[in-house]
Design a protein around this ligand. Structure first.
Ligand code: GBH
Length: 496
């Protein structure tokens, strides 16, 4: 059984280093796996509309079926059980639960039934559900009514009511809540770059509406305010009977200076971390306000908090939810003294795959932005811990691997995903090391359970520990070897 023999490996000394109640498993998102996009009363989300708009998804695919997890959730739970997990992070589709999304709109009982059955199935298999309320799929009706998050006054009560329905309905059984998944990515990819829903950007060659210089900051602000209100509501109205934890998950990769001896590059790397991470983490886990570097560059285009809002937002997460994948080398883009264009939304940076000494940020995956950079992950864990000092839940981490786009059934070495195994070996190893160095880490969710619909990249990125045959009617699942690897690695690492 012990294929990987960790007792005689470089990781032997890490045995039992993770706490006894450490949660580990895989993460998914409703739009990427469920399918059944218009079944049983579900309303369309902004991502359904995007997928049905020609030219928006690179392989012209839709998520109409995805991996059909709406139909096959019991099989998925069985599969996860065979992978040895003790937790599963998934997201709820807002428009499956409230098809039109708004605070006065009706609840869809079929949607409630689906998630109740999924939660019961997980609990029956001793798998702890971690539930994300929002993983990027706004009900299209709210986009049509008032441009969703661009109008905080209308949006916040709608999101709060959606959260209330979820706590009332599932909160007896769900004890781990995440309000937003990666608010920063949602704001930038949807309102600055424009490739994600709702496809807004200043780039008029590609998108008909949007303003990159202002909208991402408004949308980020709306997410913070609505997150904080939901957090306070949970604490005041539900926590004393339901006894759960609730927080927000932030996207963040490590940024290192291109030239480690250059003060300008060192400052650029710090600014990168602040634009990507501290944008949300400082208000929630730190000072209660946006970082000074952002205010300096963005001025009044970055919204401000009233004192009352600051009080609501500050401390509004029981843990630091961390999604992280890779690391970058950065330096200034526009030289000091010259104006930074108002469309710049990452902190005036130029990126590079190697540093000034020619060192690579890591082995290539099948995805341009993603390299295996565990050295950066280790630094990130320390940076987050030193700056915020809250328990860390790692809620996503994983990789694609070259060579997995093959016909079914996957033959030869395809299921022996050495690149992904090396990725997990290195990253999970860093988790265990960080814990031995005193950092409080309580969960690790690999991204992801199944090859799935990777947003605007369609089916061209395979992140799963399970290879999926998208051509087959039943989206047949084939376990990759990384699933067995992680099973044994966590058995080794978690204390008994
Ligand atoms: C996560 O986002 C998501 O939560 C998850 O749904 C997704 O499937 C998973 O990662 C894998 O991508 O093209 O250089 O502009 C990760 C954060 C932010 C990573 C946007 C890719 C685009 C980089 N993502 N980023 S680039």
């Amino acid at each position: 059984m012990a294929e990987f023999d960790f007792d005689n490996s470089p990781e032997a000394g890490l045995k039992g280093s993770l706490r006894k109640d450490f949660f580990w498993g895989y993460a998914t998102a409703a739009p990427q796996i469920e399918g059944a996009w218009n079944a049983d009363g579900k309303g369309p989300s902004t991502w359904d509309i995007l997928a049905h708009t020609p030219g928006r998804v690179i392989d012209a695919s839709t998520a109409d079926d995805a991996t059909r997890s709406y139909d096959f959730f019991r099989e998925d739970v069985k599969l996860m059980k065979s992978y040895g997990v003790n937790a599963y992070r998934f997201s709820l589709s807002w428009s499956r639960i409230i098809p039109l999304g708004g605070k006065d709109d009706p609840v869809n009982e079929a949607g409630i039934k689906f998630y109740s059955e999924l939660i019961d199935e997980l609990l029956a298999h001793d798998i702890t559900p971690f539930v994300t309320l929002f993983h990027w799929d706004v009900p299209q009706a709210l986009e049509d009514r008032y441009k969703s998050m661009l109008d905080a006054e209308k949006y916040v009560p709608d999101f709060v009511r959606y959260a209330r329905v979820c706590f009332e309905t599932f909160g007896g059984k769900v004890k781990h809540w995440i309000t937003y998944n990666e608010p920063g990515v949602y704001a930038l990819a949807g309102y600055a770059g424009g490739a994600h829903a709702p496809n807004r950007s200043s780039d008029r060659e590609k998108y008909s509406e949007g303003d990159t210089s202002t909208e991402p900051w408004i949308v980020g602000h709306t997410q913070l305010l609505s997150h904080a209100q939901v957090y306070r509501m949970y604490k005041e109205e539900f926590a004393h009977t339901q006894h759960g934890t609730i927080g927000i998950t932030l996207s963040g990769n490590w940024s290192a200076p291109y030239d480690a001896t250059s003060p300008a590059d060192i400052a650029a790397a710090q600014r990168a971390l602040e634009f990507e991470i501290a944008w949300f983490a400082d208000p929630v886990h730190g000072s209660g306000d946006y970082p000074a570097s952002m205010r300096a560059q963005l001025g009044s285009r970055l919204p401000t908090f009233t004192d009352a809002e600051k009080q609501t937002v500050k401390g509004s997460s029981d843990f630091y939810g961390m999604n992280t994948y890779t690391a970058f080398f950065v330096r200034d883009k526009v030289p000091p003294g010259q104006p930074i264009p108002p469309e710049d939304h990452k902190g005036n940076l130029a990126w590079s795959d190697i540093n000034s000494e020619g060192v690579s940020r890591g082995a290539e995956s099948d995805t341009e932005w993603l390299r295996t950079s565990p050295w950066g992950f280790a630094k990130l864990l320390h940076w987050v811990w030193d700056r915020y000092r809250v328990p860390i839940y790692i809620t996503e981490n994983g990789t694609t691997a070259k060579g997995e786009h093959v016909p079914a059934p996957p033959a030869g070495d395809v299921l022996n995903d050495v690149h992904r195994i090396e990725f997990y070996r290195a990253y999970v190893g860093e988790v265990a090391k960080a814990v031995t160095e005193g950092i409080d880490i309580r969960s690790y969710f690999g991204w992801t359970l199944l090859d799935n619909w990777e947003w605007a990249k369609g089916y061209t990125d395979r992140f799963g520990v399970t290879w999926v045959d998208f051509e087959s009617e039943e989206k047949k699942r084939y376990p990759k070897r990384s699933a067995a690897f992680n099973r044994e690695f966590f058995e080794h690492l978690i204390a008994r």
